[in-house]
Design a protein around this ligand. Structure first.
Ligand SMILES: [Zn+2]
Length: 485
């Protein structure tokens, strides 16, 4: 299975200088591409039917090197080329509806450079006694632009990847890449296939067996996660106390930074402190999510894990501003909502499910999500649903059958039942993938287009299955017309 790896990297001061320049140059090319694209699209909107005008989504970057940007010659050409490739890939994701149109990359926050295999080398370190490879040494750079060996800490064995990212965030350097993990049985790129296969296996179990093998999880604000077997997963009290302390420090330094002279060394120092305090909370949250998901999947009693399908991005959206008739702003409960958002985000709801999903798959287990509607008001025994069932925040008493339970535990059981129902209904659990759009350019890359594709394109528009032309988003890059070939 293709697995992501992220290791700490320790470049020297001199190496950091070089890498920062590479990062900056790649970003410059990427942003130049984005701006060029915006320019062309604005032009196209104004002059409808500008025949023959195509937006250059290519790998050329020479036009961006001028007298003012002569420094671009001081980095390997592959670094610049990779900037154009990243832009192209972002555009392809946009056409597959997997993301938005490429945006300008900012100079703040995480900064990364994408390196392809010409720019780095993993030199295997072999054990002298056994002759086995027990690690690698990472060398970065080309003969003309050497960076040298950069130490990194591989906390787990990995294969050699085809490309890597080197990133810096808050003063820490990271090496990240995707490589095939041969220890995992799932063949590469087969997560969806594996999901459906495991689901089919589970469908052969009887209802009672399935109920026994299923664990439901209710995510809440007071208790981040309660499972249907009665376990509560929460942060440790000391972690909560430290997070609160770091939050206060972060606010203090944020205020200080705002008062300091813009762009000054002292302001930068203050912002570095802000980043450090912020990082603590992020690390604790991620650690909690990893530990919780691990403890869930190593439990041999369960094969199916069910969670609610919570739309966390929607739930933590800023509330809409309220205005009175004169257009003055009214209170909209933003402060109160912000506190809830913080609680939701700091209990790592999304991470727990995402991590459980991939860890379960590695063990041949399954995670499914179910609609969350009124799961807290439904009786887990007789399915009677009423707001009256909920006596208080903690207590659940069914108004029909008298079933009495802890409210979160009851909800976890309801969620588990819904999961079994979803599984047995036979609906495919993996979403159908959006249709890939052939997105190629005429010219030197013509050879990439297979004869089959050319034939399909040459069919008259009527015969095309659900013509891709009218599905095209407005202002998009026009598909290569058949006549041009
Ligand atoms: Zn009941």
């Amino acid at each position: 299975m293709l697995t992501g790896y992220r290791f700490r990297l320790y470049p020297t001061k001199a190496q950091q200088q070089i890498l920062l320049r590479w990062i900056g140059c790649q970003r410059l090319i990427y942003n130049a591409k984005v701006q060029e694209d915006r320019y062309y699209r604005a032009f196209q909107r104004r002059f409808v039917g500008t025949a023959g005008m195509t937006i250059p989504v290519d790998q050329e970057y020479a036009r961006f090197i001028s007298e003012e940007t002569a420094f671009l010659r001081e980095v390997p050409s592959q670094v610049l080329r990779n900037g154009t490739v990243r832009f192209r890939q972002a555009y392809q994701r946009f056409f597959q509806k997997r993301g938005g149109r490429p945006k300008l990359k900012k100079k703040s926050g995480r900064q990364a450079v994408w390196l392809t295999s010409e720019l780095f080398q993993f030199i295997p370190l072999t054990d002298k006694a056994t002759g086995e490879v027990n690690g690698y040494q990472l060398h970065v750079g080309t003969t003309k632009f050497p960076v040298g060996m950069i130490p990194y800490v591989a906390h787990r064995p990995h294969a050699v990847p085809a490309s890597i990212y080197i990133a810096v965030e808050g003063g820490q350097w990271w090496l990240s890449f995707a490589a095939d993990d041969s220890t995992v049985a799932i063949p590469g790129n087969g997560a969806d296939v594996a999901t459906e296969r495991i689901a089919d296996d589970l469908r052969h179990l009887s209802a009672e067996q399935l109920t026994e093998r299923t664990l439901g999880g209710d995510r809440g604000v007071a208790k981040p996660l309660m499972t249907s077997d009665g376990h509560i997963f929460d942060l440790q009290p000391v972690q909560k106390a430290r997070i609160a302390k770091h939050r206060r420090q972060r606010q203090k330094w944020q205020r200080r930074a705002a008062r300091r002279k813009k762009g000054s060394k002292n302001q930068q120092k203050a912002y570095r402190k802000v980043a450090r305090y912020q990082r603590y909370e992020k690390n604790v949250r991620q650690d909690y999510a990893h530990q919780t998901s691990h403890r869930l999947v190593v439990n041999n009693a369960y094969d199916l894990y069910v969670f609610e399908d919570l739309k966390i991005a929607h739930m933590t959206k800023r509330p809409k501003a309220k205005k009175d008739v004169q257009g003055r702003f009214l209170p909209n409960g933003r402060q109160a909502k912000a506190a809830l958002h913080r609680a939701i985000l700091s209990s790592a709801w999304g991470e727990v499910v995402a991590f459980t999903r991939y860890k379960a798959l590695r063990r041949g287990k399954l995670v499914i999500t179910v609609p969350p509607q009124s799961s807290s008001q439904e009786c887990a025994v007789c399915t009677f649903t009423s707001p009256d069932n909920r006596r208080s925040q903690a207590e659940f008493v069914c108004q029909r059958c008298g079933h009495r339970d802890n409210a979160d535990h009851n909800a976890a059981c309801v969620i588990a039942k819904r999961g079994i129902h979803t599984l047995l209904s036979g609906i495919p659990l993996t979403k159908e993938h959006k249709r890939m759009r052939i997105f190629r350019k005429l010219g030197p890359e013509r050879s990439e287009v297979t004869p089959g594709e050319i034939r399909v394109r040459r069919l008259p528009p009527m015969a095309e299955p659900q013509g891709s032309q009218n599905q095209e988003p407005p202002g998009a890059i026009p598909e290569t017309p058949a006549s041009a070939s």
